[in-house]
Design a binder for this molecule. Structure first.
Ligand SMILES: [Fe+2]
Length: 395
């Protein structure tokens, strides 16, 4: 008999070109009568995407209060300020519009909006458990609509957000099952303005989610295997095309679908050591999250191979199908080669020294990575010193 499997499915999800235009109707369906609060960043404003959404809300007769100061890696200061603005605005719903950062920030605002007015987001860090502040319940929080503008994080369908705590120089997780966005409007048209280097980096985040969820020790939610393999195939077939031809609508749609599937997969299966290692690169050297994942993925796969050999062989087949000629081990190694080749083909750097990381940072990176508990579902257990080795190998 199998153990009880727990699936965290997304909220109501609308996927396809034009889905973002539904924002006004969806807000009203969630009970909004007058005003919404929208969290975004300056890049989204500059790309003209904010105006698209504001127009749709206006058409529905709704007012919008905008917070457009989300930093590239959202931090506690920005989130606490946004939550204060939410309270002053009298809004009835939170919208997260952007890549993972504004959506994560919007999740954090939603948590603060459901708690006591004097609460700070740092008090909800998952590493603290419920010791300082218990997470508000769904009915205490305002509803949330997520509109992603990148195809990578899958944050529109996941329960958690990542917020940088500058005081502790690390990324902390916030959230839980109650903070899965109420509605996700996943519109590939929103990714059309994304430049190639960000298409590549965010696509590698989606790839990392799919691989880490597939080899995770938390395999009980087994029905996700088919979705993950499907997502890997879409990345293998279409990420290069989305990077090379940003206006290619099918490529954008396929990569965005893969990103959504990655988000659904990690919500129930969780992640692995690549994310523990990557989060610190963002916390200390401000490396883009997707790029940080891509950088650490090959070394982490090589290390983890013995823990999930057959599954890694399946990853290779899903990503780059071809007749099997070698051993399971060789097939699994082929998956690592495929990841490295995908990084080269999409013009991503492969070494930490190329993204502003210095050798002196490595011991601190390892100290922090081992307390980032994503590695606990890694297919092979890992120590702090082994993490330091993976950083040095990638340096
Ligand atoms: Fe990620």
């Amino acid at each position: 008999m199998s153990p009880i499997a727990t699936y965290y499915w997304p909220g109501q999800t609308h996927f396809g070109f034009g889905a973002a235009q539904r924002v006004g109707d969806e807000a009203k369906a969630l009970g909004v009568q007058q005003r919404v609060f929208l969290v975004t960043d300056s890049g989204i404003v500059a790309a003209g995407l904010l105006q698209t959404v504001l127009d749709a809300l206006d058409m529905a007769g709704l007012e919008t209060a905008v917070f457009d100061q989300t930093p590239p890696n959202p931090n506690t200061t920005a989130v606490d300020a946004a939550a204060a603005q939410f309270r002053d605005s009298g809004a009835e719903l939170v919208i997260g519009l952007g890549g993972g950062s504004p959506i994560d920030a919007a999740k954090a605002v939603r948590i603060l909006a459901g708690g006591p007015p004097d609460a700070k987001i740092a008090e909800y860090a998952l590493m603290l458990g419920d010791k300082v502040r218990p997470l508000p319940t769904v009915t205490q929080m305002p509803p949330m609509i997520a509109i992603p503008t990148t195809a990578g994080t899958g944050a529109e369908v996941t329960p958690w957000g990542l917020i940088t705590d500058p005081a502790r120089k690390l990324k902390m997780g916030v959230g839980g099952p109650a903070t899965i966005p109420t509605v996700a409007l996943i519109d590939p048209a929103m990714t059309l303005p994304l430049p190639p280097h960000l298409t590549a980096a965010t696509g590698m985040d989606a790839l990392t989610h799919l691989i880490e969820a597939y080899v995770s020790t938390n395999t009980a939610p087994i029905a996700l295997d088919a979705l993950i393999v499907d997502g890997l195939g879409r990345i293998g077939r279409f990420l290069r095309l989305a990077v090379a031809q940003p206006a290619h609508q099918q490529a954008r749609e396929e990569v965005m679908l893969a990103s959504m599937l990655g988000g659904i997969a990690i919500s129930s299966r969780w992640l692995g050591a690549a994310h523990s290692l990557a989060h610190q690169l963002s916390g200390i050297a401000d490396v883009h999250h997707g790029l940080a994942c891509a950088l650490m993925l090959p070394a982490q796969m090589q290390f983890s191979l013995p823990g999930a050999l057959e599954r890694y062989a399946n990853v290779a087949q899903a990503l780059e199908p071809c007749p099997v000629v070698g051993s399971v081990r060789e097939e699994a190694e082929r998956g690592i080669t495929a990841v490295r080749q995908l990084m080269r083909d999409t013009n991503l750097p492969l070494r930490l020294r190329d993204v502003g990381v210095t050798e002196e940072m490595i011991p601190i990176l390892a100290d922090n990575a081992v307390i980032d508990l994503n590695w606990t579902t890694n297919p092979r257990a890992i120590t702090r010193d082994q993490m330091e080795t993976l950083y040095r190998e990638t340096f």
